[in-house]
Design a protein around this ligand. Structure first.
Ligand code: FAD
Length: 389
């Protein structure tokens, strides 16, 4: 196998397993108190300020960050275990998810001391949420097509343009916006971009919902009209936005949210099929279980490389490609095995937990292989990486 695709096999320590038990106990108490209902894709669409705050109190946000910024100096593996338990339970973690997963690490790597001191403790408490400001009407896979621009003025920047598909921007306090700070250079389209921290309640920011077919709201279009951004809200260096944005994407791609989005459906599926004697069903469920186990090992391997300070972008792209395909297959196999005639909109108000989870999974499934980089783009990264190095 190519060296870049090799991943270490991680054995979890007793201490880490104890942490898992703590998380499970907390989740079970929350479920007993009816604090949430397990949902598919909860990391994108299910938000509870109270739940985020409780996780913050327990030290389960910003787990790997330095204590001086409100973090807990735990390992990437410990963070993995906490996040996989929360996702497997379909818990409402969407509020803080992006800030914890990528904004915090981005600010630790490129932010100023003032930015770290201001934002990180609030994020770690589960009280400050971020949205991702990358995609635009003409810039998705081809992010170099970003047209949102910031013009330098005294003590800051004036931001104009729009972002699209901004998940959770209607709940978020801030967005990290990738924008042009110098005109496009056709010779090098990645040049001249920067990242700005934008307060989403500022004058000149408009957030418009883009609803799913059942009326659900988690996407938005975010429009900037002459928004003033002070100099201290620039992240990293002027013109270094492309490199910084790519580093941010590496954190985005390899975690357990890339194969556990439909796990709550898998739980219900196994529950209703457990007494079945049909061999075909056993084979399908067995294959899903085997794929899940492999993906989990791979994702843990990526977490352990992150712990060692390596940026495993090629392996992360591979985990996301295989993982999001798995999430989609869970939905499709469940539909074919149990309810081939069921369609997502008809099942949204269905009476059983299984049908509700299936409806959520079917509605969200088309997005799994698009968000955070499409399958084609990821395969391009893997192919180029393996061929070039
Ligand atoms: C659920 C969800 C949440 C999202 N949340 C956010 C968010 O919070 N913030 C944000 O900024 N964005 C977000 N996005 C946007 C997401 O990042 C883009 O949808 C994605 O990057 C693809 O861009 P696009 O939609 O413009 O499709 P396009 O780039 O137009 O691609 C269309 C198709 O063409 C293929 N294609 C494009 N270029 C190539 C190529 N060079 N080679 C081969 N095939 C190619 C793609 O693989 C795809 O199948 C979200 C998307 C989804 C579905």
């Amino acid at each position: 196998m190519h060296k870049l695709l090799e991943l270490p096999v991680v054995k979890l320590s007793e201490e880490t397993e104890k942490l898992r038990e703590e998380v499970r106990k907390f989740i079970s108490e929350e479920l007993n108190a009816d604090s949430f209902e397990p949902k598919c894709d909860s990391w994108l669409g299910e938000l509870s300020q109270e739940f985020s705050r409780k996780l913050g109190e327990r030290g389960w946000i910003g787990m790997t960050w330095p204590k001086k910024y409100g973090g807990h100096e735990r390992t990437a593996i410990e963070r993995f275990v906490v996040t996989e338990e929360l996702l497997a339970a379909g818990a409402p973690v969407a509020g803080h998810w992006i800030a914890d997963r990528q904004t915090g690490p981005l600010l630790l790597r490129y932010g100023t001391e003032e930015q770290r001191q201001f934002f990180l403790p609030k994020i770690a408490k589960g009280e400050c949420y971020f949205a991702i400001g990358l995609s635009e009407p003409n810039a998705g896979s081809d992010l170099a097509g970003v047209l949102t621009s910031a013009t330098k003025v005294e003590q800051g920047w004036i931001l104009n343009g729009s972002k699209l598909w901004s998940s959770g921007a209607h709940h978020a306090h801030y967005m990290i916006v990738l924008c042009r700070t110098s005109p496009q250079n056709p010779e090098n389209r990645h040049q001249g971009m920067s990242q700005l921290l934008v307060d989403l309640s500022a004058n000149g920011v408009t957030i418009r919902p883009i609803r799913l077919m059942n009326g659900e709201h988690h996407f938005n279009e975010v429009i900037f009209e002459d928004v003033f951004i002070s100099d201290d809200m620039l992240v990293g260096e002027v013109g270094n936005g492309w490199k910084q944005g790519m580093a941010e994407l590496a954190y985005e791609r390899s975690g357990p949210e890339r194969f556990l989005s439909t796990f709550p459906l898998l739980v219900e599926l196994v529950d209703i099929l457990q007494d079945h004697t049909d061999k075909r069903i056993h084979i399908e469920i067995g294959q899903l279980a085997a794929r899940l186990r492999t993906l989990r090992h791979m994702s843990l391997g990526v977490a352990s490389l992150l712990q060692r300070g390596v940026t495993p972008d090629i392996a992360a792209a591979l985990v996301k490609d295989l993982g999001t395909q798995f999430e989609r297959d869970v939905a499709e196999i469940a539909r074919l095995l149990v309810s081939p005639r069921l369609t997502a909109p008809s099942a949204v108000h269905a009476p059983t937990k299984y049908e509700k989870r299936l409806a959520e999974a079917l509605l969200h499934a088309p997005g799994f292989t698009l968000r955070g980089g499409t399958t084609e783009i990821l395969r391009g990264i893997v192919a180029k990486g393996v061929a070039a190095r």
